[in-house]
Design a protein around this ligand. Structure first.
Ligand SMILES: Cc1cc2nc3c(=O)[nH]c(=O)nc-3n(C[C@H](O)[C@H](O)[C@H](O)COP(=O)(O)OP(=O)(O)OC[C@H]3O[C@@H](n4cnc5c(N)ncnc54)[C@H](O)[C@@H]3O)c2cc1C
Length: 272
């Protein structure tokens, strides 16, 4: 069985970010890295958005950047400028492609599907698989489903992200809509719940249809879908020698909001 100096378990956002930093800072010139990832193929599966409070390596993966955002309730709308810290969205497909294209050129990096194909007894392991106690009913999650739609008519104000629109049905949890307008006729519409796990909230497509109907948007097609459940609590990964938990598994998710993405690109900045 093969041995590697470093093993990254989970080649998602945190795992690939770390591999990219190790590679671009020449830390793998005389060290070997195995990335264990089960997915069959990399394609867009997430739209990562964040406040740009610092420089990052992924300007070429940005779908759109906004300098103002709004928060809506049924009685008022607040529009807030954020020129200093724009809100940005990254296309995960572009992110995966950029990093994997680079990693493939390094002969010291190999991808595996199963960790049992490796001898990890002497490796340093970076683990990005969170261990979550699914039986704890008190855990709070951010549960969401988003669709990227294209409308026939121009419907969106492309200069303003609608961060939270609470003007929608509320059940046993906090519910809001999140709208990322990529252009006047293309936007990501996400139905988001802050709630305990609850399957009865999962009629997402109907929630989105009602929301769009209330906005007067009836003529549209769906080009892309994504769904998630982000834990708003720390996972219970054990601390072990020669192992560091990274990403959500490493407690990098901001518990109040679920924002995680930008923390990685900062955490993994390696200063050579
Ligand atoms: C749809 C979605 C949208 C999100 N949007 C935002 C956002 O806008 N802003 C933000 O800050 N955060 C966002 N998040 C939260 C967070 O940034 C992401 O979840 C991020 O991908 C977490 O990175 P990670 O590396 O910890 O996990 P992941 O990116 O999920 O990586 C884990 C990897 O492990 C692989 N894997 C699974 N099981 C195994 C196994 N047994 N062996 C090996 N590999 C395995 C998976 O295929 C995956 O590639 C979003 C989350 C989701 C799900």
């Amino acid at each position: 069985m093969k041995e590697y100096d470093f093993v990254i378990v989970g080649g998602g956002c945190a795992g690939l970010s770390l591999a990219y930093e190790l590679d671009t800072h020449n830390k793998l010139n005389d060290k070997t890295l195995a990335i264990v990832e089960t997915r069959e193929e990399y394609k867009r599966d997430k739209t990562w958005s964040f406040w740009r409070v610092n420089e990052h390596n992924f300007n070429d993966c940005i779908k759109k950047s906004w300098k103002q955002f709004s928060i809506k309730t049924n009685s008022e709308t607040k529009v807030i400028k954020c020129d200093q810290f724009p809100y940005e969205s990254i296309d995960s497909g572009l992110f995966y492609n950029k990093i994997n294209t680079r990693l493939k050129k390094n002969k010291n990096i190999k991808f595996f599907k199963d960790i049992n194909d490796l001898n990890t007894s002497k490796s340093f392991i970076f683990n990005s698989l969170p261990t979550v106690n699914e039986d704890n009913d008190n855990n709070l999650w951010q549960l969401f489903h988003g669709v990227e739609i294209e409308t026939r008519e121009d419907c969106f104000n492309e200069s303003t992200v609608n961060l939270m629109d609470f003007n929608c049905e509320q059940r046993d949890g906090v519910h809001f809509f999140y709208v990322l307008p990529f252009s006047k006729n293309r936007a990501m519409i996400e139905s988001t719940w802050l709630s305990k796990k609850n399957d009865s909230l999962k009629d997402y497509e109907s929630q989105i249809k009602i929301y769009l109907n209330d906005l007067g948007i009836k003529d549209y097609k769906i080009n892309y879908r994504e769904e998630g459940a982000i834990p708003l609590f720390y996972p219970i990964n054990r601390k072990e020698n020669n192992k560091i938990n990274i990403g959500t598994a490493g407690g990098m998710t901001r518990l109040s909001t679920g924002y995680t993405f930008f923390k990685y690109s900062r955490t993994f900045k390696i200063y050579s």
